[in-house]
Design a protein around this ligand. Sequence first.
Ligand code: ZN
Length: 430
Amino acid sequence: MLERWDKLPRPIGLQKGCSMQISDIQLEQVDKQIKRLIEADNFYGRRLKEAGIEGVSSVDEFLALPFSEKQDLREAYPLGLSAVSERDIVRIHSSSGTTGTPVIVPYTQKDVDDWAIQFARCYEYAGVTPEDRVQITPGYGLWTAGIGFQAGCELLGAMAIPMGPGNTEKQLQFMVDMQSTVLTATASYALLLAEEIERRGIKDKIKLKKLITGSERSGEKIRKRIIDALGVEYYDIYGLTEVYGPGIGINCAHGHGMHVWNDFVYLEIIDPETGEVLPDGEWGEIVLTTLVKEGAPLIRFRTHDLSRIIPGDCACGSTHPRIDTITGRSDDMMKIHGVNVFPAQIEEILATFPELSSEYQIRLSHLDGRDTMRIYVETNGSVDWEDLRGRVARRVKHRIGFTPLVKIVELGVLPRSEKKTKRVFDERYD
Ligand code: ZN
């Protein structure tokens, strides 16, 4: 059982400044993790041993450690990732198995506690206090969402309202009757709730002050739309099931950059093509190494999330390094007419049109021997659709280098979802 949150120590960040440099403390922690993995002789330990690795004692040795991938973790299914005896595992979580075998992540009691500590810290950075009432809409179950939001909330001492996903009618009823002050949701679901609150004209009946979103990249336009509709402060949480779950970082009141708890994970940004570690400020793929995890430690795990380390110190005084808003995934990259395109680039262009809503869909297809990109966007009836279609297509051509087919639909036609909204459909190889 953990101590009360206000009695727990407040560690400072361990990794001030340059991302290239792992600190001595972190290096020692990684060394310990490697030795534990080898001793446990689990899937990961055997791999390290086969590579002739016994530990790390210098920055260079750390940088020579091999990366690990989700596919590697899949191969350890079901419990091959475990680095402890089965007696010590108190819970498992599993990352979504939309493609192939799921990944099972075992947690010890310390891992569960450490996750709650990180999550409580997220709430604290968002200014949540024991007086707050936190409505939790992410899902419960194998997925590491709802239960993490709840454990952190309880540790902090705020009131958890564990709704789980869906049932918008009940969500709104509880939001009004329980006077929830904090909403936790995916950006898509927050948007759906915001639009529903506007439609019903019940904004003056709700007391929401803060929104904490996670597990989905959200563009500036969606963010602004939700902030305008709900009048809330907007916080983005970072994390992934393989590394505890959501809650390993959050933005502070001073900006979009998310502080990452580097007393629990070591953060690197690499060039996704070459694997080279990039200096602060440069965009690349986030790679994480767990520092104190027991159940399933990970060494240099490639997340495929694209971001950068924001250089310099944050105005809030925290020395935990900041990553920028996640702009996409390195495996989301679409190649069309020889040009590399990320959905975020299309989204950015669409955001420059005030007459379009925040929703869009990208569909790639192969027609008459050519790759084609169709972009579906929403607007209302007061605009000249033909003219808008041309302007959007020309701006994409100008910024990215090819002309998409732009399809305009009535406001509200594109699907809103309670989980992550799928916006890119590649139908070329179906
Ligand atoms: Zn800050």
